[in-house]
Design a protein around this ligand. Structure first.
Ligand code: MG
Length: 460
C-alpha cells in the first residue's frame, strides 16, 4: 500500500484574509507562506464556519456546522470561557480521533478552545499528545481588568499552559510560546518520522494581547501585529525545513489557515478586500486564507476559487488517510481531494453563515443572501464575484435569486435551527456538559508567576 500522507494543519488565531503577502498584504513579510502557496494551491473562497474562536474550531475539528454539535452558543455566550461546564461532547469524533483510529500518531499544539474540563481536552479527543493554551491568551490575569463595585476583580484565573492534561505553568511568558510550540512539533515529527502522523498547530497569534520576540518586533514594518504575523511565518519555515531535512516533505500535506477574520480594532490586521471583521457574517469575518501543499499531488501555483470550507478538512483527511467517516452521524464537510488534486468543482451547493444560533446568511454559487445581523432582519443580496466587498445590494434586481436562496435558508433552518425565529433544528446534537465544572487554575498571591498580571491591556 502506498504510504499515507502525514498531515500538518496550521491554524492561526484572528489572522485576516489580507494579512499574508500571497493574499495581497504589502505590510507583512511572509516569504515562507508565500513559497508554500507557490508550491501548492492557494484557496480564495475558503470559509470558516463561524466568525469567532470556539465554534470555528469545533466545526473544523468535527466537520460539522457549529449548531449541529451544540457549538452555536455556550450557555448564552458566543465562545467558551475558563471553567465553563460545557465543551465538545466526548461522543463527537474529532479529526484527532478519526486519524488516531486510522493509525496516525497525533499531536495538538496551541490553542484548543473546545472546552477546558478534562472530558473535553485534546487528549480525550484522539490526540496522543497535547501542549498549549486551552483557550484564548486574553483569558488570563491581565491589566485593565474591570472590577466590580466592591473592588473585586472580574477577571479570569491565571492562564494555564498544559502538557497533556496537566497544568505545567501559569501565566507563562507569551513571548516564548511560539518558539516552544515549534520545538514540540519538531520533536514529535522526528519521533514519528517512520509512521503517518497528524500535527495540529494552533498558534496564539495574532489574537490580542500580542507579545512578540525582540527580533520580530525589530524587523516588522507593521507593529506588533506584523511581528506576530512574521513569527507565524518563521514557525512555518522552521517546520518546513525539518520536513525537508527528514525527507518527509513529499509525503506531507500541509494546510495553513486561520480560525476567523481579523479584529476591526486590531492595529495592523487586514481583511482586505472583504467587508467586515471578526464576529461578523460579512465575508471578512469568516473567509480566511487557506494554502494547501502536497508536492507531486497538488499542482504547484494553483489558485482555487471554488467554495470550500474548514469543515471539509475532516472528510478530506479521512479520504487521504483511508479512514472511514463515521457512518452513524451527519457530517457537513465534503471531501475536497478531487478539487485539490484533480481540478474538481466545489462539492457544495450552498454554505450557511451562523452567528451563535442565528442563521444570518446563505451563499449559493456567486450569490450571498443576508438574512439578519445582530438579531434583526436584513435581507440583502450580494454578487460575490462582481462585488466581493458586499457593497451593492442587488436584491431588487434579482427577485428569483432571492427566492431561491430563501428556500436554501429554510432548508438549513429546518435542519440546524435559527434562534432568531425560534426554530429548533431537527438534526442538532448535544453539547458536552459536566456536572461540577472547575477552573484549571486559581490565583495564589504567593506563587512565582512569570507575570502575575500581563501588562498589555488589549483583549480581543
Ligand atoms: Mg480567533
Amino acid at each position: 500500500m502506498e504510504r499515507r500522507p502525514n498531515i500538518v494543519l496550521i491554524n492561526c488565531d484572528d489572522l485576516g484574509y489580507g494579512d499574508l503577502g500571497c493574499y495581497g498584504s504589502e505590510l507583512n513579510a511572509t516569504p515562507a507562506l508565500d513559497r508554500l502557496a507557490a508550491q501548492g494551491a492557494r484557496l480564495t473562497d475558503f470559509m470558516m464556519a463561524s466568525p469567532v474562536c470556539s465554534p470555528s474550531r469545533g466545526a473544523l475539528l468535527t466537520g460539522c456546522y457549529p449548531p449541529r454539535i451544540g457549538f452555536g452558543s455556550f450557555d448564552g455566550l458566543p465562545v467558551l470561557f475558563p471553567g465553563q461546564a460545557v465543551g465538545l461532547d466526548p461522543g463527537e469524533v474529532s479529526i484527532g480521533r478519526l486519524l488516531s483510529d486510522a493509525g496516525y500518531a497525533t499531536l495538538m499544539v496551541g490553542k484548543w478552545h473546545c472546552g477546558d474540563q478534562s472530558e473535553f481536552l485534546p487528549t480525550n479527543h484522539g490526540f496522543d499528545r497535547y501542549f498549549g493554551l486551552p483557550y484564548s491568551n486574553d483569558m488570563g490575569r491581565q491589566s485593565g481588568t474591570p472590577t466590580t463595585d466592591t473592588g473585586e476583580q472580574r477577571g479570569y484565573p491565571p492562564l494555564p499552559l498544559l502538557d497533556d492534561d496537566e497544568v505545567i505553568e501559569q501565566q507563562p511568558d507569551q513571548t516564548s510560546l511560539t518558539g516552544r510550540y515549534v520545538t514540540e512539533v519538531l520533536r514529535f515529527v522526528r519521533e514519528h518520522r517512520d509512521r503517518p502522523f497528524f500535527v495540529y498547530l494552533a498558534h496564539l497569534y495574532v489574537h490580542l494581547p500580542i507579545y512578540v520576540q525582540e527580533r520580530f518586533a525589530r524587523q516588522a514594518r507593521n507593529g506588533r501585529y506584523g511581528a506576530a504575523v512574521e513569527s507565524i511565518d518563521w514557525a512555518a519555515e522552521v517546520i518546513f525545513a525539518e520536513l525537508e531535512r527528514l525527507g518527509l516533505a513529499d509525503d506531507t500535506l500541509v494546510v495553513f489557515t486561520s480560525d476567523n477574520g481579523a479584529l476591526d480594532r486590531a492595529d495592523g490586521g487586514s481583511n482586505r478586500p472583504l467587508r467586515g471583521s471578526k464576529g461578523s457574517t460579512w465575508e471578512g469575518g469568516m473567509r480566511v486564507p487557506c494554502i494547501a501543499r502536497w508536492p507531486g499531488r497538488i499542482e504547484a501555483g494553483r489558485v482555487v476559487d471554488e467554495l470550500a470550507t474548514s469543515m471539509d478538512l475532516f472528510a478530506t483527511f479521512a479520504a487521504l488517510a483511508g479512514a472511514e467517516v463515521p457512518p452513524d452521524r451527519e457530517i457537513d464537510g465534503r471531501d475536497l481531494s478531487a478539487m485539490l488534486l484533480d481540478d474538481g468543482a466545489s462539492p457544495h451547493e450552498s454554505f450557511a453563515y451562523w452567528w451563535m444560533d442565528d442563521l444570518c446568511a446563505v451563499r449559493s454559487g456567486r450569490w450571498k443572501l443576508h438574512l439578519a445581523r445582530h438579531g434583526e432582519q436584513h435581507e440583502e443580496l450580494y454578487d460575490l464575484v462582481d462585488d466581493l466587498g458586499e457593497s451593492h445590494d442587488v436584491a431588487a434586481a434579482h427577485p428569483e435569486v432571492v427566492q431561491r436562496l430563501r428556500d436554501v435558508a429554510e432548508g438549513w433552518r429546518r435542519r440546524l435551527g435559527d434562534a432568531r425565529l425560534g426554530v429548533e433544528g431537527a438534526e442538532v446534537r448535544r453539547l458536552g456538559r459536566v456536572a461540577e465544572p472547575r477552573t484549571l487554575t486559581t490565583y495564589d498571591p504567593d506563587h512565582p508567576y512569570y507575570a502575575a498580571e500581563y501588562d498589555l491591556p488589549d483583549r480581543g
